[in-house]
Design a protein around this ligand. Structure first.
Ligand code: FES
Length: 567
């Protein structure tokens, strides 16, 4: 068992260890801490509050509550700042900075003298970044999420970010609601602190973090403003101190088995497609491959059980009241690896053998009475996506699943923004919209995969069309949308040479998406294709040089743990 080293851990290198220790202690005393506290195990608290991150508005309160827990458990709390990523405040896309935040978290955990760390995050990219960093740093770590927002009200209707943002925006584009109405809605979509109120990416990540065992049982879904959220923070602080006495490191919690459990929970939730990328990246930090083939196997045998937006009806506050992740795990029990260890020191079997809580079956269905018998997400392959693509079938229109159609191509996000509402755009309801050059290399992989229905079709009442891209989409979005096409266009994938008028075939039954262009013609087009130019300085250059494709979680090549299977 590793002994906590407290402030004596990882000494600054002056060539004289005793001097380093002496200097550190004298400077630590300038913070006004007693000798007694300075001798305790140190619990770092990775704090990611920011004036650019509404989802982390309660960070100060949470940090105080974690600190209380650490003190009462017999440790010394040491909050430290890291980068924060507020989803809607970052250009060109928060995804581009997830790896940067993960590096910040990893290096600060490693460089500073802490025996364990509490990671406080919530907004989409922050939790994956923190888990990736902590997995690589290797010290005992425990995640606390900020928790979801409560819903707002508009003319008697409940509203939550951000599925309802999209729903009302689509109605506005179709001319069904006025500008006044849409701006009234704007004031009622995100009404409390916390992360998006539906089963979007942040909520999906919170739930799969609990399923992985990296956060305390029962904490994923507690609303941000609920008093129980602060109690969870305090308990998390205490648990972190216990982790210094009985160390459990992330590699003991995040294993191939626990990653599969997390994937099953994601599928049963009808959760976000982004979570596939993030889970792959987190597992990749420990050399655990998550293949799209395995995703399909698991998806075929895992039912959708949870009735939340964007796939169903409810919001995260309903999910919490209905029983949360624990109730989902109970239903999935026959399919789970029960020996997986959590940061609380208990196996999943021990958790599920404990007392059962009441479950609201309107929100969390029984395994025997699922919402749908197969998982919410499926991977596709075929000549348009030789290394795979993702479809959230739970949020798609089944009548479009077996289709052949004509491609209407947009070269990049700007091209799409310019032409999508052009009354002269040649597009019919059964065409397939294709967006290129929005993958990780080309654009940092923005959430541009939710291509709007072209204005003239939206106004004619068209609600869904097949849309294909190398981009991602928000976890709060819905539609028949094929994402994460790999290799992306900028990496020379077949998407690069698709032209308007080409035929594309989709078969969800066969899990295929094919470009029906003869190979000879494809070769001819590739002969005149060249990759987009590369940025030459700063983080953008590092990013472009190092980012991997979606099937590798879009991590940097030098951060993934290399194993035989990854090589
Ligand atoms: Fe932060 Fe949705 S914007 S979770």
């Amino acid at each position: 068992m590793r002994k906590p080293q407290g402030l004596d851990g990882g000494l600054t290198n002056y060539g004289d260890r005793d001097f380093s220790r002496y200097l550190r202690r004298s400077f630590a005393r300038s913070m006004g801490l007693s000798q007694e506290l300075l001798g305790k195990p140190v619990i770092g608290i990775a704090v990611s509050g920011s004036g650019f991150n509404n989802c982390h508005r309660t960070m100060d309160e949470l940090t105080a509550a974690v600190s209380r827990g650490v003190l009462s458990g017999g440790g010394l709390p040491a909050p430290f700042p890291t980068i924060s990523l507020g989803e809607v405040f970052l250009h060109p896309t928060s995804m581009m900075f997830r790896n940067l935040m993960s590096m910040d978290v990893e290096e600060m955990i490693r460089a500073q003298p802490m025996d364990a760390v509490v990671l406080i995050g919530g907004c989409d990219k922050t939790v994956p970044a923190q888990l990736m960093g902590a997995a690589s740093a290797g010290k005992p770590a425990i995640q606390l999420v900020t928790g979801p927002m409560m819903t707002g009200r508009y003319r008697g209707e409940r509203l939550g970010a951000c599925t309802d943002c999209r729903r009302f925006w689509a109605k506005y584009r179709a001319g069904e609601v006025s500008e006044t109405e849409v701006s009234e809605v704007e004031g009622n979509l995100a009404v409390t602190a916390g992360t998006c109120a539906v089963m979007g990416t942040a909520s999906s990540m919170a739930c799969i973090t609990e399923a992985l065992g990296m956060s305390l049982p029962g904490t994923a879904a507690i609303p941000a403003v609920h008093s129980a959220r602060m109690v969870a923070a305090e308990e998390t602080g205490k648990a972190a101190v216990r982790l210094t006495q009985q160390p459990i490191t992330p590699d003991e919690v995040i294993t191939e088995q626990s990653a599969e459990n997390a994937l099953r929970v994601l599928l049963a939730l009808g959760g976000s497609t982004n979570a596939i990328i993030h889970l792959t990246a987190i597992a990749g930090r420990l050399g655990i491959p998550l293949s799209l083939a395995r995703l399909n196997e698991i998806s075929d045998e895992t039912p959708v059980l949870v009735d939340l937006k964007p796939v169903g009806e409810g919001y995260m506050e309903d999910f919490y009241a209905a029983g949360g992740v624990g109730a989902v795990l109970q239903e999935l029990r026959p399919l789970l690896h029960l020996d997986c260890m959590g940061v609380d020191g208990h196996t999943l079997r021990e958790r599920l053998d404990g007392p059962k809580s009441w479950v609201d079956r309107k929100v969390i269905h029984r395994f025997s009475e699922p919402i749908s018998s197969s998982g919410g997400i499926v991977s596709l392959s075929g000549s348009l996506a030789p290394r795979g693509a993702i479809l959230k079938r739970a949020a798609a229109t089944p009548s479009l699943f077996e289709t052949e159609g004509r491609a209407v191509v947009f070269e990049n996000v700007d091209d799409m923004a310019k032409r999508i509402d052009d009354p002269n755009l040649e597009v019919l309801p059964n065409d397939i919209l294709v967006l290129k050059n929005a993958g990780p290399l080309a654009a940092g992989m923005p959430e541009a995969g939710y291509l709007p229905i072209p204005g003239k079709l939206a106004r004619a009442g068209i609600k869904d069309m097949i849309r294909i891209s190398d981009a991602r989409m928000s976890g709060t979005a819905y539609g028949t949308i094929i994402l994460h096409v790999a290799p992306e266009a900028a990496a020379g994938g077949p998407l690069a040479i698709v032209r308007s008028g080409d035929r594309i075939a989709l078969s969800v039954a066969e899990k295929r998406v094919d470009l029906l262009v003869p190979e000879e013609e494809q070769k001819r087009r590739f002969a005149s294709w060249s990759p987009p130019p590369q940025p030459d300085r700063g983080y953008a250059a590092l990013y472009r040089r190092s980012v991997l494709q979606a099937p590798e979680g879009c991590d940097f090549d030098f951060l993934v743990k290399q194993t035989a299977e990854f090589d």
